[in-house]
Design a binder for this molecule. Structure first.
Ligand code: CUA
Length: 343
């Protein structure tokens, strides 16, 4: 993610102009610069509708600001205290004025309310026939995505085809969470025992970042998500790879020892892994190797982070339900070799 306060920006602004930095950041955000979690850079019809509403209301607010501040400045200057000048005559009970300053704000509110209501209804539609259905299940602290028609189950990284309407059905396995990928549009509360819906059409190939947006416990801030919006062929290729069975491990390899360790240390009690186990407490790991991140999108999916993660999950992600299994270094290396094979 591009940091607003990166060193090049800092160096470019001379020492006596440092107070400008927050303003520059604000301007950068307003321009929707390279910020992967910006809601000012709409990447779906849903986000576009919200962006248009935001822009319209922003200009109404600018108009009101200029009128009110202009009037205020005019009155301050025009009626300021002057030596020897008579006191201005106060106005009482001016009916026309009172009607005007009651009607004007009411009218402004109508101009805000009508497009707002229209956008709310437009973004609450039922899923149209032919939409790609995805079930989103929030867990403390990771996201599960199931594609019921495709028979695919994955975690944290949501793959969507560009240009096709998708219908997300969101629910929670434990507490209240909130699904929010700003580039795709509005957040939706994810509530246990209830299914909320989000229907949208991603419009461009991109990787969007997101975040759980409802406090849900110790690692709420570590409950991240990614949305990979891909062109249809790339999406179909991904689906094909996910539909394939678990990769096979070579006889006598380190990965095979890892497979045995996976069983021995009870990993099978929580994780689905091909046909070996079907537990659903933790993420489905059948194709873990094909993901970019692990641990709720918190760390890159490489041997170093995977090792650190399995060695002591609660140390890496506070409150993690995955316990420290006290796997000795030798078995840990075998486990990593196995998991890296599972693409
Ligand atoms: Cu899940 Cu905050």
């Amino acid at each position: 993610m591009t940091e607003c306060w990166d060193s090049s920006t800092f160096d470019a602004v001379s020492r006596d102009r440092r107070w400008l930095l927050p303003l520059l950041c604000a301007a950068g955000a307003a321009c929707g610069g390279p910020f992967p979690q910006s809601s000012l850079r709409p990447r779906s019809d849903f986000a576009g509708a919200i962006d248009r509403l935001f822009t319209d209301i922003f200009w109404w607010a600018v108009l009101v600001f200029i009128l009110v501040e202009g009037l205020l400045l005019f009155i301050i200057v025009r009626y300021r205290y002057r030596e020897g000048a008579p006191t201005p005559k106060p106005t009482h009970g001016h009916t026309l004025l009172e009607i005007a300053w009651t009607l004007a704000p009411a009218l402004i509110l109508v101009f805000i309310a009508v497009p707002t209501m229209r956008t709310i209804f437009a973004t609450q539609t039922d899923s149209p026939a032919g939409a790609l259905r995805v079930e989103v299940v929030a867990h403390q602290w990771w996201w599960e995505y199931r594609y019921p028609e495709l028979g695919v189950v994955t975690a944290n990284e949501l793959h969507l085809p560009a240009g096709r309407t998708v219908a997300l059905a969101l629910t929670s396995a434990d507490v209240i969470h909130s699904f929010w990928a700003p580039g795709l549009g509005g957040k939706r509360d994810v509530i246990p025992g209830r299914t909320n819906r989000l229907v949208l059409r991603p419009d461009s190939v991109d990787t969007l970042l997101g975040q759980c947006a409802e406090f849900c416990g110790a690692s709420h801030a570590n409950m991240r998500l990614r949305v990979m919006v891909e062109a249809e062929p790339a999406f179909q290729a991904w689906v094909g790879r996910q539909q394939a069975g678990a990769a096979s491990v070579a006889k006598g390899s380190l990965a095979e020892q890892g497979q045995q360790a996976f069983r021995r240390y009870g990993c099978v009690g929580c994780h689905t892994m091909g046909t070996m186990s079907t537990a659903i407490i933790g993420p489905n790991l059948t194709h873990l190797g094909s993901r970019m991140t692990i641990a709720g999108g918190l760390f890159p999916n490489d041997s170093v982070h995977l090792t650190r993660w399995i060695a002591d999950p609660p140390a890496e992600k506070p409150g993690s339900i995955m316990p420290n299994m006290h796997v000795p270094a030798g078995d840990l290396a075998a486990l990593i070799a196995y998991l890296r094979t599972m693409r």
